[in-house]
Write a protein that binds this ligand. Sequence first.
Ligand code: SPV
Ligand code: MG
Length: 433
Amino acid sequence: MSKTVYLGMTADIMHPGLINIIKEATKYGKVMIGLLTDSAIASHKRLPHLTYEQREEVVCNIRGVDQVVPQEDWSYVPNLLKYRPDYIIHGDDWVSGPLKQIREDVYKTMKEIGGEVIEIPYTKGINSSALNNDIKAIGTTPDVRLKTLRRLIAAKPIVRILEAHSGLSGLIIENIEVQKGDRQMAFDGMWSSSLTDSTCKGKPDIEAVDLTTRLQDLNNILECTTKPIIFDGDTGGKVEHFVFTVRTLERHGISAVIIEDKVGLKKNSLFGTSVQQNQASVEEFCAKLQAGKNAQVTKDFMIIARIESLICGKPIEDALERASAYVKAGADGIMIHSKDKSGEDIRQFCKLFRTQDTVTPIIAVPTTYNQFTESELHSWGINVVIYANHMLRASYPAMYKVAQLILENERSLEADPYCMPIKQILELIPGTK
Ligand code: SPV
Ligand code: MG
């Protein structure tokens, strides 16, 4: 009987290095590809450009590949125990660095099942990370960007979104990565906030900045990023206007709009009950959600219902009733908001909502209850966390300080430590030179 060689891969971007390892594998027996699923990858790295099905289609058709099986876990161990291959093959790039532990686990498991590990020299000069950067530089299409949010929600325990109010803040969110053990931490997408969009323009957050103006800024973000965007649609305005908003956002490749169940002059939620805020009736808001859902062209665009009951001082029961009505009306997700610092009301809402609905994504904006980590929020049942205003709030004190130092010293020398070096700003945007 011929032997089996296991080869785990993402196969998002095919390159000669991968073909080389498949060729090597064929020398030992029949090649079984353990194709990492979206969620296996997203637990440690960015979501692949291609879906699992697309990657499977590619790999199945490569010469030398005998069988493709899903690898649901970042670790090879569960599949090695399941399929008990005679060999596993891997590039020697895992000897040190973030994959070191994975390698040790593989050696231990292969010994247990009586198999062997084959390490081959890593193909130098070409790798998926470099190619990924090239792909990012090319950009994306509205269609691909739009779909990504749903893929992320399906693949990740919690989707991490940060507010962007300009091309520059978007660029930071697009590119920043922090390596934590064997996990590459990154933001999954951006929040287009009505609060920070209005504040940037010196206007109050009362729907005074119209859609056309907000889209101009959004366009700058779209120009230089590829990650998905969730748009803060405030109340959604009049139903007759909301249907156009949905189509406009969709056309731009925005993944989701969140609308809040308020009527009349909207004030920022973080004022809570200190200002007059009126909630829409359930019927009225459901009609708006339905009209939006009927207006969208793609099946992927999401309309998320934001419940303001807790903001308006109403009980959790009111929020729960609204949540189930909004889901029935077609909402693709529920955003539950609160300004309570304890987070207890949100935790309680999520717990109760999850007893009645296990699938509808819950979106949270933990601005006031930010003592909880993402994994804690996930354990409550939350699927998407939005850091809703932090990029703008971070920039203001820095700018203020520099302006103050120039006034105090009547020159800019003292402000230098608070500014990025000129060389760095000149090199920040490709093509500046
Ligand atoms: C925003 O960022 O504009 C929001 C969230 O709607 S909050 O400011 O908390 O209401
Ligand atoms: Mg807002």
